[in-house]
Design a protein around this ligand. Structure first.
Ligand code: FEO
Length: 388
């Protein structure tokens, strides 16, 4: 992507990555991802973050276009995860007068990643410390565990620009037209979902600032309707549901559990045509989409067969992801299947009740091998209770 204008003397110098299949080696990114980097052309020249090693050459070209033969003064290091930090050494070695600005916790990480002590070239900043570039001033706020412990965000005081590190990031390049909410939710929940309290702390700091623009490390720069994005972050990080509706993640060995899940969807829609209901076949959708939807919806119905005297592994894995991301504060129900000795329902219920503030809705529905009239009656009873 060509460099583009963010504000007077502030340029985007990041890169698109449409070559990577799995972000962090685990999340599909069908529309790619961006590694955002910014350049401020003031009396002092500042670079905010580098990019992933796979895109070094493109980024260096973008940077050189802005430097026009000059030497940068500062590199702000918001976050040490390699998708942003990989080129710190290259930059500092190429431009000997450039100093890195970072949090105290980032210092040890720089040494670990690059096996080089840049102690003479590092400016460690504390909470609310400022560094003037000339017209513009950078003010730093610590944001530990959004998403790593060393993270800090930078507020540019002249233009009211918040450089938000991983906060407000999104999967997809800036050339896609997809809705922000879905891929930003999937990014946030899967990457930072566990750290809701840390995000809440950052939002409280942000509320004291006049923010005109948010520049994240992934995805589009947010210039309008900021209340919408901040509101979603507030909802997600408080573990509150975003949509009053029913999400039905299921897995199925021979189609019978799937039939029950789809039947429940049909019954719910017949009882309340306006209620959002979404199903997800865990065998065919990547778990990151299901985790994202579990955080989105107020009610979740888990449907899985018994397998090896436990839960079918796809559902077991999904629930493990929800535990890992600390899902809480939802209403849930369970549908199990078993031809002899069904136990998946009991085990799913126990696992989900280990999460905070989860409310179980009766009845637990047991499919005895296939969906029968008696199963449908139980599903109808469950639907009534879910819609109460
Ligand atoms: Fe985009 Fe936590 O790095």
């Amino acid at each position: 992507m060509d460099n583009y204008y963010i504000a007077e003397d502030v340029r985007y110098i990041g890169v698109d990555d449409t070559d990577l299949d799995l972000f962090e080696g685990q999340y599909p990114i069908p529309e790619g991802v961006t590694y955002n980097s910014y350049f401020i052309d003031d009396e002092k020249l500042a670079i905010l973050d580098t990019v992933d090693a796979s895109k070094t050459n493109v980024w260096i070209d973008n940077l050189k276009t802005e430097l026009k033969g000059r030497q940068p003064d500062y590199l702000v290091v918001s976050h040490m995860e390699p998708d942003h930090s990989s080129n710190i050494k290259l930059l500092l070695d190429t431009y000997p007068q450039c100093k890195a600005i970072c949090s105290a916790k980032a210092v040890a990480m720089i040494k670990r990643f690059f096996d080089t002590d840049y102690s003479e070239r590092i400016i460690v900043v504390k909470e609310a410390e400022e560094i003037s570039l000339g017209k513009r001033t950078l003010k730093f706020f610590m944001a530990p565990m959004v998403h790593w412990p060393e993270v800090m965000v930078t507020y540019e005081t002249f233009g009211g620009i918040l450089f938000a590190a991983d906060g407000f990031g999104k999967f997809g390049t800036n050339h896609t037209t997809e809705d922000w909410d879905d891929e930003a939710r999937r990014y946030y929940i899967n990457i930072c979902g566990k750290y809701g309290a840390s995000v809440q702390a950052l939002l409280k700091k942000a509320a004291t600032l006049k923010i005109n623009m948010i520049c994240p490390l992934h995805g589009p720069i947010l210039k309008t309707d900021l209340g919408h994005y901040i509101g979603l972050y507030d909802t997600w990080s408080k573990y509150q549901p975003e949509t009053n509706g029913v999400f039905i993640p299921y897995c199925s060995l021979h189609g019978n559990t799937e039939a029950a899940a789809l039947k429940l969807q049909e019954i719910l829609k017949s009882q309340d045509p306006n209620i959002p209901v979404k199903t997800c076949d865990l065998s065919r959708e990547h778990v990151s989409y299901a985790v994202s939807d579990a955080f989105r919806y107020s009610h979740i119905v888990f449907a899985a067969p018994t397998y090896d005297a436990g839960i079918m592994p796809l559902m077991d894995d999904f629930i493990h992801h929800l535990q890992s991301k600390a899902l809480q504060n939802r209403t849930f129900a369970v549908i199990e299947n078993g031809t002899w000795a069904p136990v998946a329902g009991k085990k799913m219920r126990e696992a989900i009740e280990s999460l905070k503030a989860m409310t179980f809705v009766e009845p637990m529905v047991t499919i005895e091998s296939t969906v029968k009239e008696s199963t449908v009656e139980k599903l109808k009873e469950l639907a009534v209770n879910l819609l109460k």
